[in-house]
Write a protein that binds this ligand. Structure first.
Ligand SMILES: Cc1cc2nc3c(=O)[nH]c(=O)nc-3n(C[C@H](O)[C@H](O)[C@H](O)COP(=O)(O)OP(=O)(O)OC[C@H]3O[C@@H](n4cnc5c(N)ncnc54)[C@H](O)[C@@H]3O)c2cc1C
Length: 387
């Protein structure tokens, strides 16, 4: 039976026909292409790279960007795409977020016409893969302290330093490396073939196992003048990219929550204990009622945020509120669903445990839950608790 999605408050009425069509095409892709293979990739810790051309064909890569072969869909349609992808797996949604929001977006916003033409059409088709290197081992929530350095040379720049926790790092053809040039953070496009550049995967992850996460090393990497994203200036440029990605994460988390809700309800209806389905017990119904309520609230939050973004009225703090709420909500839903599934909830033949583990990363990246709390605290009081 085709997946219907959960829409208790008829939120579909808030979307255009075109947005629903786009959403449905991604929904089908997830059902046909991702769900059948994700258990194997999660178990083996491998990224299903064979899906990338199909993602390109569907217009998923840099979907909300205009021109240069990108689909140019509305912010709301983009959000609905992320919901569907993350119903499949947060790691697959992470790939798409990094490619589009963290790599194509900065090229689109801060790059020269030549850089845009060189990279964006191939990235939209999935022929060129990108990564975003901001975090370093010693600078996570506080990226302003990063140590990677760029020095001006006669023909371009010399980069030295390292990056940690970089999604797509070892599979990327081009990485945006954030480095300090004369003390100011700037973005540089670094080709994977550049001499002195290397990427090594981080082993032992128990979360986002179907996503590549790497360490990047830059040892006297010489890049040409044209590698600089000239429009970048200071940490705020990097943060503006994170704001795009966080917007997608806020939507995506709803998909993971829907997946675990769906699985828990189905299981509870079929699992008989004490002579009747556990779904008939009040304690289990209370858990399901809580999940339904929170998912519905998250859907409405994002539907509104999408329209605000389209109108140019979505502030970074509004995006923080949605990221913080929805990821935390999805993680709670996954833990509750795991509980409802009893012992089988720890098995990977069910999707709940995988989503739960994935969401632990999603809570930490794109600004931790705490950092978004502080951003909201700043918005409320005008006082910065973290700068
Ligand atoms: C799977 C995965 C993929 C990632 N992909 C990328 C990527 O593609 N590119 C990239 O650049 N980065 C990436 N990251 C890095 C991610 O952005 C960082 O992990 C994140 O910013 C948190 O940094 P940290 O892990 O060093 O934690 P820390 O900053 O050390 O935080 C540890 C704890 O301290 C808390 N804390 C920190 N500062 C404060 C404060 N001022 N007040 C109160 N509490 C505080 C945090 O909330 C957290 O609970 C990824 C991370 C993961 C796990």
């Amino acid at each position: 039976m085709a997946y219907k999605g959960m829409d208790f408050y008829l939120a579909d009425e808030l979307f255009t026909k075109e947005e629903i069509l786009i959403r449905d095409s991604v929904r089908q892709f997830v059902t046909d292409e991702i769900l059948p293979i994700i258990q194997k990739h999660n178990r083996e810790g491998t990224f299903p790279a064979h899906l990338v051309p199909g993602m390109g064909e569907l217009g998923l890569l840099g979907a909300s960007l205009k021109g240069y072969g990108c689909a140019g869909v509305s912010a709301t349609a983009y959000g609905l795409m992320m919901v569907e992808l993350e119903r499949g797996d947060s790691g697959i949604r992470s790939f798409v977020s990094v490619q589009g929001a963290l790599c194509m977006y900065p090229i689109h916003r801060f790059g020269s016409e030549e850089q845009k033409r060189q990279y964006l059409p191939k990235m939209a088709r999935g022929e060129t893969i990108g990564s975003f290197g901001l975090t370093e081992a010693d600078f996570g929530s506080d990226p302003g302290g990063l140590r990677t350095r760029a020095e001006k040379t006669a023909g371009g720049y010399l980069l030295n330093g390292s990056k940690y926790w970089i999604t797509n790092g070892s599979i990327a053809d081009v990485s945006i490396i954030w480095a300090k040039l004369d003390g100011v953070i700037r973005g540089f496009l670094v080709d994977k073939e550049a001499k002195g550049f290397s990427a090594q995967d981080i082993e032992g992850k128990l979360s986002l196992r179907a996503s590549v996460t790497s360490e990047l090393l830059l040892e006297d990497v010489e890049v040409p003048e044209t590698a600089l994203l000239a429009g970048t200036e200071g940490l705020k440029s990097a943060l503006s990219c994170l704001n795009q990605a966080r917007y997608g994460v806020a939507w995506g988390a709803i998909g993971a929550a829907q997946a675990v809700f769906d699985e828990a309800v189905r299981y509870a209806k079929g699992r008989v204990q004490f002579g009747r389905p556990i779904a008939g017990f009040q304690l289990q119904q209370a858990k399901m009622a809580e999940m339904l309520t929170e998912i519905t609230k998250a859907q409405l939050l994002c539907a509104r945020l999408g329209r605000l973004k389209e109108a140019g009225k979505a502030s970074p703090a509004m995006v923080s509120l949605a990221k913080r709420n929805n990821v935390s909500m999805a993680l709670d839903a996954a833990r509750t669903a795991r509980d409802i599934l009893g012992a089988v909830g720890i098995m990977d033949e069910y999707q709940t445990f995988r989503h739960m583990c994935n969401l632990e990363s999603v809570k930490t990246y794109e600004g931790t839950h705490d950092i978004h709390t502080l951003i909201l605290g700043q918005a409320i009081t005008g006082l910065d608790a973290f700068e």
